[in-house]
Ligand binder design. Structure first.
Ligand SMILES: [Fe+2]
Length: 166
């Protein structure tokens, strides 16, 4: 992913942070009613429940990170596939406007969180979520996400979150 994201950052992000959420989730659900549930079901069952916050956070962060890795590819960018491009043009006007809205959401999210491109009722939209929040089980279908937790960029960019967003 270099030069956009260094191997050092990916190594920490995947090997320490993502793995930490998975390990923690496995520990928290062991022997509980959640132990054998699919990840999405754990997220739905614990969302908004004060006594299940720790499980929700680890489950949602596990899901979000898996989705994030699938949002990345080496030498990415370029023209989107035709059907997606048409939807982008219908919803945002053009690809640059879509990118700009994503970048704005990513830089405007206060503190930790995520910026998402989602399909909502046939239209594309940009939304952001705080902390472990994920736009799943909301009727919106996530298509792409940007992790804006500091651990996603701090080793490479320190506090300059906006540098790669332009
Ligand atoms: Fe992350």
């Amino acid at each position: 992913m270099a030069p956009a994201i260094s191997a050092h950052t990916i190594g920490f992000h995947y090997g320490k942070h993502h793995k930490g959420y998975v390990d923690n989730l496995n520990k928290l659900v062991a022997g509980t009613e959640f132990a054998d549930l699919p990840l999405e079901s754990i997220i739905t069952a614990t969302a908004g429940k004060a006594d299940k916050t720790a499980i929700f956070n680890s489950a949602a962060q596990t899901w979000n990170h898996t989705f994030y890795w699938h949002s990345l590819k080496p030498k990415g960018g370029g023209e989107p596939p035709v059907v997606l491009k048409q939807k982008i043009e219908t919803s945002f006007g053009n690809l640059d406007a879509c990118k700009k809205e994503l970048a704005t959401a990513a830089t405007a999210q206060f503190g930790s969180g995520w910026a998402w491109l989602v399909l909502d009722g046939g239209k594309l939209k940009v939304v952001k979520t705080g902390n472990a929040g994920a736009p799943i089980n909301t009727g919106m279908k996530p298509l792409l996400t940007i992790d804006v937790w500091e651990h996603a960029y701090y080793l490479d960019y320190q506090n300059r979150r906006a540098v790669r967003a332009g």
